[in-house]
Design a protein. Structure first.
Length: 376
């Protein structure tokens, strides 16, 4: 625990939550107050590196400025409703998100690293067939403060690493929601994670996972170009239309073209393709061969994900022997492939199991409405 207590401040009026402001936005905020832009640098470091819970501890700011900030701004973390601990060390938090709803974040400790899986929306409108989040529907986008607040919370409550570094070394946008459908909030959060004045994470330690919103893949490559993971899950449009309905808007050929453009922006950049293993659905030798044909010779890695069941779902996990055979078949074609180790399934914290608590405000129809929402 940080030396500064974790405080969740009340949401008062329109006072901005500074925890979600990247450097450029925070500089504009201080200039608007008649202050020098360098105040942004000081406040960023206090919030994200020194775990300041309020303005009173920011001793390199004048008392007058601290008092003014306390009256017009806030530092607000998400309110934790419940913590669940897995037998394998995984920790899941349920965070309040207003109006009786909640989101989830998951911390996965490993030797030499600590990965935080964060949410970007309350629910998800893309309705992937094998995902517990999509089954609940969609309510709203999270703000950049609500997104980065999950990281800040984890670093404040988890023990620091051996040499005093924060617990979170890697951040993956693989929790609830489609990150690229909340582009306006996700990009500022990414910029805070990348900033040396805040978390200072390298681009390879931040991964955005998308179901395939092509226009925003291209935008992200120029705006941030962090690591990209794509939820593929099928080697042909007919099957992917069923499993990942956004495919009806952006079919595989269009999606892969965007991925190769993204990879081309930086040398030695690979795209990770996530492929959930569903028994009797997408796990045959023929599926493996068609998948290899799509990706062979391209800057691609495949991450096979054993399906994690949830109530009311029709699918079953492929057997361990089927997953191994699928992996071996891809490797013989020269594809780099790994199988994700299931973590936290005893607390419903594994991939595809995050559900939180969502009031389904608008289950968006497939097709053009999904695309319009993604561009919002």
């Amino acid at each position: 625990m940080s030396a500064h207590a974790v405080i969740v401040m009340n949401n008062v009026g329109e006072n901005p939550n500074l925890i979600g402001m990247p450097r450029a936005e925070l500089e504009n905020f201080f200039v608007g107050l008649g202050e020098k832009p360098y105040r942004a640098r000081q406040v960023l470091q206090w919030i994200h590196q020194r775990d300041a819970a309020g303005f009173d501890v920011m001793t390199d700011l004048s008392q007058k400025l601290r008092d003014r900030l306390a009256s017009i701004a806030r530092i607000e973390l998400p309110q934790m409703l419940r913590e669940s601990a897995s037998a394998d060390g995984t920790v899941k938090w349920l965070f309040e998100s207003g109006a009786g709803q909640a989101i989830e974040s998951v911390f996965i400790p490993e030797a030499g690293r600590g990965t935080l899986c964060i949410s970007s929306q309350v629910g998800c409108a893309l309705d992937c067939a094998f995902c517990a989040t999509g089954a609940q529907g969609f309510n709203r986008n999270l703000s950049s403060a609500e997104i980065i607040g999950q990281v800040s919370f984890a670093n404040r409550v988890l023990p620091r690493r051996d040499h005093g570094e924060p617990a979170v070394t890697n951040v993956v946008f693989m929790g609830m929601g489609e990150p690229l459908a909340n582009y306006r909030s996700v990009v500022p959060a990414l910029r805070i994670l990348l900033s040396d004045l805040a978390y200072g994470l390298s681009r390879r330690r931040i991964t955005v996972s998308t179901s395939g919103i092509v226009p925003h893949i291209d935008r992200l490559g120029h705006d941030c170009n962090v690591s990209l993971a794509v939820s593929l899950h099928a080697p042909d449009d007919e099957l992917r239309d069923r499993l990942v309905p956004i495919n009806r808007v952006h079919p595989i050929e269009e999606l892969l073209a965007a991925c190769w453009r993204y990879a081309a922006l930086h040398a030695n950049r690979f795209i990770t393709f996530e492929y959930v293993m569903l028994a009797g659905v997408n796990d045959s030798p023929g599926h493996a061969d068609r998948l290899a044909e799509l990706l062979c010779g391209k800057p691609a890695k495949i991450n096979l994900i054993p399906f994690n069941p949830f109530p009311g779902n029709e699918f079953r996990r492929s057997s361990a022997s089927t997953i191994q055979a699928f992996q071996n078949r891809l490797r013989r074609r020269g594809i780099v492939v790994t199988t994700r180790k299931t973590r936290g399934d005893d607390i419903d914290a594994a991939c595809g199991q995050l559900a939180g608590k969502v009031i389904n405000r608008a289950r968006v129809r497939l097709g053009e409405k999904n695309l319009r929402m993604a561009k919002a």
